[in-house]
Design a binder for this molecule. Structure first.
Ligand code: MG
Length: 328
């Protein structure tokens, strides 16, 4: 069991920013935070964080956190979790089998933190660089036995009560194979202002906090960062500001650097660096929000490592990363 635990730990960094200038230990006790922002780097293990640090002149926004720890990431049926079981564990607090979204290992629905936040009157949102139906965001809104049921996951997202989402996956709303429904119309009926990358520039859109907000950044999957995708840092900050205005009680926001994982599946180093830079800029934006707001808990973690990456020496700017697998 020890091997199981120690072969699948990942870093978790966090900070409670509602009591400024207190030492880290003091921030672990006391009042509850009003807002929670959970930032997930998909596939971002310790080697990826080290690579980002060395590649970025030995500085990362992650260093701004007062608390660093580890989490045990194995799933209910595998030594190595996938993103579906990983997201379900983070969202519901229960281990489940790989490939499963929002159901426990016995197949029963588990309530996610996002759903619990909605029930209790908090504003909620998700901002990702994958499709919004992909495994990680799916774990927070869907209850399905398989992560690739994208059209069904879209229905769960639609009925979730979420206030904001930004990501790809428009085609699962408006060109559905399992039914003829146009769920963009359903989004509008449910109070969303709906935007997409065909017709709008996300950098100039001004969300109206009296309405819900959806922005589709792709039909299916958004571009990788090395091909020019750069919205995540700005969109994460925009989402935090929007949710902050939308609920006096507080909010829960999940932000994902989705494609760190994909570049590691492909064993590609330069695309990985672009994703890690984008991710660190996103953390920086959220930290600025949290420090200014003073009532927000920020947590940064990963679901699993991808690529079995190791750093084999070099210099800070000329690393020699090696991958040992195409999977997790
Ligand atoms: Mg993911």
């Amino acid at each position: 069991m020890k091997l199981l635990v120690f072969s699948s730990i990942l870093m978790i960094a966090g900070g409670f920013y509602w009591k400024k200038n207190l030492p880290a230990t003091s921030q672990l006790i006391g009042d509850s935070p009003k807002n929670i922002i959970l930032i997930i780097g998909d596939g971002t293990g310790l080697a990826q964080i080290s690579a980002a640090l060395y590649h970025n002149n030995l500085r990362l926004s992650l260093e701004g956190f007062p608390v660093i720890g580890f989490q045990k990431t194995y799933s209910a049926n595998n030594l190595v979790t996938d993103s579906a079981a990983g997201a379900t564990a983070m969202a519901c607090g229960q281990k489940t089998n790989n490939n499963v979204l929002g159901l426990n290992k016995d197949g029963e629905p588990c309530k996610s933190i996002l759903e619990e936040a909605i029930e209790n009157g908090y504003a909620t949102g998700m901002v990702v660089t994958s499709s919004i139906q992909h495994a990680t965001p799916g774990g927070f809104v869907a209850h399905r036995k398989a992560r690739n049921l994208y059209e069904e996951i879209t229905e769960d997202l639609l009925s979730s009560g979420i206030d904001l989402f930004i990501g790809g996956g428009k085609q699962f709303f408006d060109r559905r194979e399992r039914d003829e429904r146009n769920l963009i119309d359903s989004l509008k009926y449910k109070g969303f202002n709906v935007y997409d990358y065909f017709n709008h520039d996300i950098f100039t859109v001004k969300p109206d906090p009296s309405r819900k907000f959806a922005f589709f950044t792709a039909d299916n999957q958004p571009l990788p960062a090395f091909q020019g995708r750069d919205y995540l840092p700005m969109a994460a900050k925009m989402a935090a500001d929007f949710l902050h205005q939308r609920s006096e009680k507080g909010f829960f926001l999940m932000v994902e650097g989705s494609q760190i994982d994909w570049s590691c599946h492909a064993n590609q180093v330069e695309p990985l660096y672009s994703e890690l830079e984008d991710f660190d800029k996103t953390i920086e934006q959220i930290l600025q929000f949290a420090k200014k707001d003073g009532e927000t808990l920020v947590i940064v973690t990963a679901d699993h490592e991808t690529g079995g990456m190791g750093l084999n020496g070099g210099t800070p700017r000329m690393l020699n990363p090696k991958f040992t697998t195409k999977i997790h």
